[in-house]
Write a protein that binds this ligand. Structure first.
Ligand code: TIU
Length: 225
């Protein structure tokens, strides 16, 4: 077993029952000209965590932990995009419109791909998801159950939208989740802080949080039995 000095209390996991889940580290959210920017956001906050998530991937791969990548993506005909999602708000461009990196949030378009530093490696599972949560209309739950994974180490963007939704979905399905606080980011720093507090309040009502350094210390300690 490994034990991370996490909030609100230590998080214990077995390496053979644990996966890293990286949520939506896509150009559409992280680079200028993508979906995130068309919503009116400054994407530079999200760019800042890319090297930290890269270190998480290096650690996980080195330790033999499975890595799962999600991407928020719609089919080119938008048949899996509810009109309510496309019509929401007053963005400069809508889902499916053509931006500088291709059609926004559409599978196969350049902007919908992962940022170059965080591309999946051969053999790593990639889940395309039409919603904010990683479990809605995907095969993620079946995959985790069939591989005996009960614990998730979560990273990605944005903290209060796709990451929080996915962690809550996972929690409701019985998974123990640790969110790595320096491997997640929001366009709104106050929303990130509030999300971390909400997840861990009430005795870890949704799960745990810790830093990458705290995870790294736990993984490299000689405690695996
Ligand atoms: N807008 C925003 O903060 N996030 C999203 O739309 N998707 C994800 O969080 N991936």
């Amino acid at each position: 077993m490994h034990t991370v000095q996490a909030q609100p209390y230590p998080f214990t996991f077995r390496r053979d029952a644990t996966a890293v889940l990286v949520i939506d580290m896509q150009r559409d959210f992280i680079e200028p000209g993508g979906f995130g920017e068309t919503l009116g956001n400054d994407v530079s906050r999200l760019q800042a965590i890319v090297p930290v998530v890269a270190r998480l991937l290096e650690l996980a791969r080195g330790m033999g932990l499975p890595v799962i990548h999600t991407r928020e993506a719609h089919r080119p005909d938008l048949s899996d995009c509810p009109p309510a999602k496309r019509e929401r708000g007053d963005p400069s461009l809508r889902i499916g419109d053509v931006g500088p990196m291709g059609r926004l949030l559409v599978e196969g378009e350049p902007g919908n791909d992962f940022v170059p530093a965080l591309k999946p490696e051969e053999g790593e599972l990639v889940i395309s998801k039409p919603g904010k949560g990683a479990f809605y209309a995907t095969g993620l739950d079946d995959y985790l159950r069939s591989t005996g994974i009960s614990h998730l180490l979560i990273a990605g963007v944005t903290t209060e939208v796709c990451v929080q939704t996915s962690m809550r979905e996972a929690n409701d399905r019985g998974y123990d989740c640790l969110l790595l606080e320096d491997c997640t980011e929001s366009y709104f720093p106050e929303f990130k802080r509030a999300t971390l507090d909400m997840l861990t309040a009430q005795g870890g009502i949704v799960g745990w949080t810790a830093t990458l350094q705290q995870l790294s210390a736990a993984l490299t300690a000689e405690t695996e039995t």
